[in-house]
Write a protein that binds this ligand. Structure first.
Ligand code: SAH
Length: 477
């Protein structure tokens, strides 16, 4: 190890920063955030630094650096662009045994300031020992994504319980087992989902169970704590970059995954490698796993203590039968979370350059299911047609000729623009545009394959103008 990582308590301790520019300001801000009392020395200060001077913990000393400024300080940061001066400061600090950091000059540093992910009280510090600051930044970004946004709330909750737990459980080893049970329980996820009160209740219950007299008290509390749950997660329309942070985190956490046909291979590649992956997707006209069976599988795996991920294309509550699955879970008293995803309409529209609403074209948008039942479409056509409205048909490839025919029959102009988007947001995206009269022939001629999404309305006319949005990544015909 090149450097020893330590976290220093600088609360109300004097820190010296030499420099008055932007780099100095960044270091000063950090020292102030950690509660330090900072004196900044420079012949001149940049305006944004001057704006900080109301802060009682900051003293701006307009002067040249001199050695006596090092008296009684805890640490020194040199952030000047004068190499000789930086060397002097480093040398003088070392003579006095003071930790010194010289910005961007590792050779002159006795300590460095790492890249940090700050979710105080949790702070993650990252260093590459000066070998690659860009790699360090990359790791910081990864951590920003993967560490839950509310981990600070979890840390505070656990911190507030330490004393109680210490008083209740005297054995050190047993306390560790208890804390592990807490982290294995639903408590962290409840906190991350903003349900702090429920988390607090669960914590109390868990502790009470743990302390219950009887031979299997702890075992049962432990097993209850690790009781399974279900995450009903929307995986978005295909591009893995469109996953939400929470979806990604739960994908890493799940023990077993039930996924649909629409979930792309790139998204599946982001699952925990050792997770059990079970395809329960339905093919058109072919229902390999009936919905009732899926419901049963979710319940039985959760009952067996597994963290079950139900991964669905798009958003689980838009033509996703998410509601039915939740009803089954509620009935069986299985805890669950629902994570929204970007629905196909939003994803396809954005990547095809077709705004679903637009001041000049449409003030409302309507999502419809376009699949045929016994060759028919059971829709309330007279009420579907309205001025200044965009219609979006999901599952409407087979029924496209009938959809167009019915809309014309009920009064929509045959010249109304239509776009059919195949595999929107993925590398295989294709967009075919036409009118209610022409689109079926064009789509057939182009050989489009499901999944496709049909967008109907004058907003489609904007596609030609806006289609190059993200056009370097997807093909727009
Ligand atoms: N819950 C999903 C929809 C499931 S219904 C969502 O919110 O997006 C399945 C239909 O969604 C498909 O028949 C197709 O019409 C549409 N669809 C899903 N992903 C798509 C994609 N990447 N490109 C085009 N259409 C898509």
């Amino acid at each position: 190890m090149e450097l020893l990582p330590i976290f220093l308590n600088i609360r109300e301790r004097a820190c010296l920063v030499v420099g008055g520019g932007e780099v100095a300001r960044r270091k000063i801000s950090l020292l102030l955030r950690a509660g330090g009392h900072v004196t900044a020395v420079a012949p001149e200060f940049e305006p944004q630094l001057l704006a900080l001077q109301d802060n009682a913990a900051l003293t701006l000393l307009q002067a040249e650096f001199s050695a006596e400024q090092l008296d009684d300080v805890l640490l020194v940061v040199a952030a000047t662009d004068d190499i000789a001066l930086n060397e002097t400061i480093s040398e003088l600090a070392r003579q006095r045994g003071l930790p010194v950091n010289v910005v961007d000059q590792p050779r002159l540093c006795s300590f460095i300031m790492p890249a940090i992910v700050d979710r105080s009280p949790i702070v993650i510090a990252i260093s590459s020992g000066g070998s690659s600051p860009v790699l360090t930044r990359h790791l910081k970004e990864l951590n920003e994504v993967m560490v839950p946004g509310r981990i600070n709330n979890l840390a505070s909750l656990l911190g507030s319980k330490r004393k109680t737990v210490k008083q209740s459980i005297s054995s050190f080893d047993e306390r560790i087992r208890f804390w592990e049970a807490v982290l294995d329980s639903r408590i962290p996820e409840l906190v991350y989902a903003g349900q702090d009160e429920k988390a607090e209740d669960n914590f109390k219950k868990l502790l009470t169970q743990w302390l219950e007299p009887g031979s299997d008290g702890k075992a049962s509390a432990g097993s209850k704590a690790s009781r399974g749950e279900v995450y009903l997660v929307g995986a978005g329309p295909g591009d893995p970059d469109l996953l939400t942070l929470r979806a990604l985190r739960l994908m890493h956490k799940a023990d077993v995954v039930f996924y649909d046909r629409l979930v792309s291979a790139e998204i599946l590649a982001k699952l925990r490698p050792d997770a059990e992956k079970i395809h329960v997707g339905k093919q058109p006209k072919d229902h390999p796993v009936p919905q009732e069976r899926i419901n049963e599988l979710l319940v039985s795996h959760a009952r067996a203590g597994k963290r079950v991920l139900r991964l669905k294309g798009g958003d689980p509550f838009i033509f996703g039968r998410g509601g039915e699955e939740l009803a089954a879970l509620t009935e069986s008293k299985i805890p669950f979370q629902v994570i929204p995803g970007i629905t196909a309409a939003s994803g396809c529209a954005a990547y095809a350059g077709i705004p679903l609403t637009h001041r000049d074209h449409a003030q409302s948008v309507r999502f419809l299911a376009g699949h045929l039942k016994q060759g028919e479409l059971d829709l309330d056509w007279p009420h579907i047609i309205a001025e200044q409205q965009t219609l979006v048909f999901y599952m409407g490839l087979v029924g496209l000729p009938l959809i167009c025919e019915k809309l014309i029959q009920h009064g929509m102009a045959a010249s109304t623009e239509v776009a059919v988007v195949q595999q929107g947001t993925t590398r295989h995206q294709r967009v075919v545009t036409g009118t209610l009269e022409t689109i079926s022939g064009l789509v057939e001629g182009a050989g489009l394959q499901a999944p496709t999404l049909t967008i109907i309305g004058s907003v489609v006319s904007l596609h030609d103008e806006l289609k190059w949005f993200k056009g370097d990544q997807v093909e727009n015909s």
